[in-house]
Write a protein that binds this ligand. Structure first.
Ligand SMILES: [Zn+2]
Length: 113
């Protein structure tokens, strides 16, 4: 599971923000190019977070697409690969941005305990 590596980085960000408070849920924005499965991310996060402030925290993973604009026609579209082909004119002359994000968006803390 390559998600483990991502979880370690996210967990560090969560712990910095938590400052010792127990974490209930986190929201993460992940670019589609990272090929992360939300279910595998959740599982991996449970493994790396075990024993810390984020132990048992739920994860909400939002996948962000590659945003592409075609240079040969006016098409603008979303894609799941780094070098997409234009769906309208089938040109490969396409400018892309995004799809490679890895952002901790929000952290929700537990109110009890
Ligand atoms: Zn096009």
């Amino acid at each position: 599971m390559h998600e483990i590596g991502y979880c370690t980085g996210v967990l560090e960000a969560v712990e910095r923000r938590a400052e010792g408070r127990p974490v209930a849920r986190i929201g993460v924005l992940v670019g589609t190019l990272h090929r992360i499965s939300p279910a595998a991310f959740e599982q991996s996060f449970q493994l790396v977070a075990d024993g810390g402030v984020a132990a048992g925290a739920q994860t909400e993973v939002q996948i962000s697409p590659v945003r592409a604009t075609c240079a040969a026609c006016p098409a603008a579209f979303e894609a799941a690969e780094a070098a997409p082909t234009c769906p309208d004119c089938h040109s490969t002359d396409v400018a892309t941005e995004g799809g490679d994000e890895l952002v901790l968006q929000w952290v929700e803390f537990r109110k009890d305990r």
